[in-house]
Structures are given as C-alpha cells and as structure tokens.
Design a binder for this molecule. Structure first.
Ligand code: G3P
Ligand code: CA
Length: 254
C-alpha cells in the first residue's frame, strides 16, 4: 500500500452525473464542487478543430446525428448538447482551456484524452500540442506544475506527445493489468498508468508497481463510494468520477 495524500478528484466529462456531459454547465458545476481536475475527450472536426465529444458520432449526446469527423465546427455548433429544459452548446477544447485557466481560486488540471489517434496518425496530438502552445501550456516547468495532462489508450499517441513535449505529463490508459503492468508505460515514457476501477479491483498491486517505477495511478470511473475508499487505501493519485462533489466530500470525511 502506498501512503501519503488522498486521491485528487477529476470530474469525468464534467460533473456528468448531474449535467449533460462535456458541457459548460457540467464543468462549471465540477469547479464549484471542488474538483481538482477536469477530464474531457477530444475529437477533430472535418475542418480541423478540436471539440469536446466522447463518441464518434453526435447521436447520443446531441439533437443531431452523424460523424464528428465528417462535420464542420459550424455544423456541430448548430446542435443542442443539453437536456430537455437545459439546452447547451458544443464546447471546444479552446473554450475548456480558457475556463480552466480562468478558475484562479485553486489550481485545477485539465486531463485531455485524445480519441481516434490511430486513424489520424498523429494529427490529433499535433493539433492538441499546437492548441496548448497557444496558451503556453505545452512546455511546463515540470510535470508536477503542468496545468494539462494528456491521456490516451494508444501507446503510440502517448509516445508522440512525449517526443514532442517531454515535460508534459501523460497517462497511458488501459483495460488490462497485463498491459498496464507490463513494459508499455516505460517504453512510451508515460508519467502515469490509467486502469479502470474494474481492473484495479482485481489487480490492486498495479498501484505499488507503478509507484516503484516512479509512476502515478489515475483510475476511472470511480463512482461507487466503496471504490473511492479502495483508491484512497491503495494510494491512487487521481480518481476520475462523474460525481466530483460527492467524491470530494467522501474523501474529506474519511
Ligand atoms: O478517464 C478515462 C476514461 O474516460 C476512459 O474511458 O470511454 O470514458 O473515455 P471513456
Ligand atoms: Ca475519456
């Protein structure tokens, strides 16, 4: 078991249990509830903009339908991403960066997960790094001081980020203990591993193994209070949750 500070809380797609995911309202609520970090998924539009959307299509999360990669930013902005009675606009990565940096009452980190990295062969990472550079976020003084963490299930994507921006912290996400406990994270230079809570329940030794290699653990998606306790006891560094406010309260009370 790894002692030390309690896990920091990352709002998964914003406070997405209470508000429509990846919307301004979801992220604003997460900040108000005390989240230490904000998680978002990014995809490229047809005309090369990075937008905060999880799925390949807009069907589940908006009033429209179609592939994100086949629609322009202007087309995507015409849709409603909210809920009945609470409409919401599309959020671009740029807008989410601005929201994060504008929140000055405490340091909050932005955890950006690149989706479809294989299909674009590096274009998503290049666009992301260019966007971060625009805000002087691509070259932090150290990983600890970075306001942004880049995450991917693709080891190639993590490697590309490390090669272009060596001080930017990265999380290699994965589904299995064999993968995350193997050599992949070391090979690509990831600063943290990212198991799901299902993997961590079965393989709690992953946390100490990562720590022994100088790596933190980021666990997703930790919504059950018993899992919050487990992550705290194991010494997990970051827990991603759809309930940031409740999770902060649980950790504060324990
Ligand atoms: O935070 C990592 C987690 O979000 C990965 O799964 O499908 O929710 O993007 P997914
Ligand atoms: Ca994600």
């Amino acid at each position: 078991m790894t002692g030390g500070r309690e896990p920091r809380v990352v709002a998964h797609r914003g406070a997405s249990a209470a508000k429509a995911e990846h919307t301004l309202a979801a992220y604003e609520l997460a900040l108000q509830e005390g989240a230490d970090g904000l998680e978002c998924d990014v995809r490229l539009t047809r005309d090369g903009h990075l937008v905060c959307i999880h799925d390949r299509t807009v069907d589940r999360t908006s009033t429209g339908s179609g592939m994100v990669s086949e629609m322009t930013l202007a087309q995507l902005e015409e849709l409603d991403y909210g809920t009945p009675g609470e409409p919401a606009r599309l959020l671009t990565l740029r807008q989410l960066i601005e929201l994060t940096l504008d929140w000055t009452s405490r340091p909050v980190k932005l955890f950006v997960e690149t989706k479809h990295p294989v299909r674009y062969g590096g274009l998503v990472e290049a666009k992301l790094l260019a966007e971060l550079a625009r805000f002087r976020l691509a070259t932090p003084a150290s990983a600890d001081f970075s306001r942004v963490v880049v995450m991917s299930f693709s080891a190639a994507a993590v490697w590309r980020v490390r090669r272009s921006a060596p001080l930017l912290p990265t999380v290699l996400l994965g589904e299995t203990s064999r993968y995350l406990g193997g050599s992949a994270a070391t090979t690509v230079g990831a600063t943290a591993i990212g198991p799901s809570i299902f993997t961590l329940r079965q393989h709690p030794e992953l946390v100490d193994k990562a720590a022994a290699a100088g790596r933190a653990t980021y666990c997703w998606t930790v919504d059950d209070p018993a899992d919050v306790d487990l992550c705290r006891d194991l010494g997990v560094g970051w827990v991603a949750t759809n309930h940031p406010g409740r999770t902060k309260l649980l950790l504060g009370a324990s």
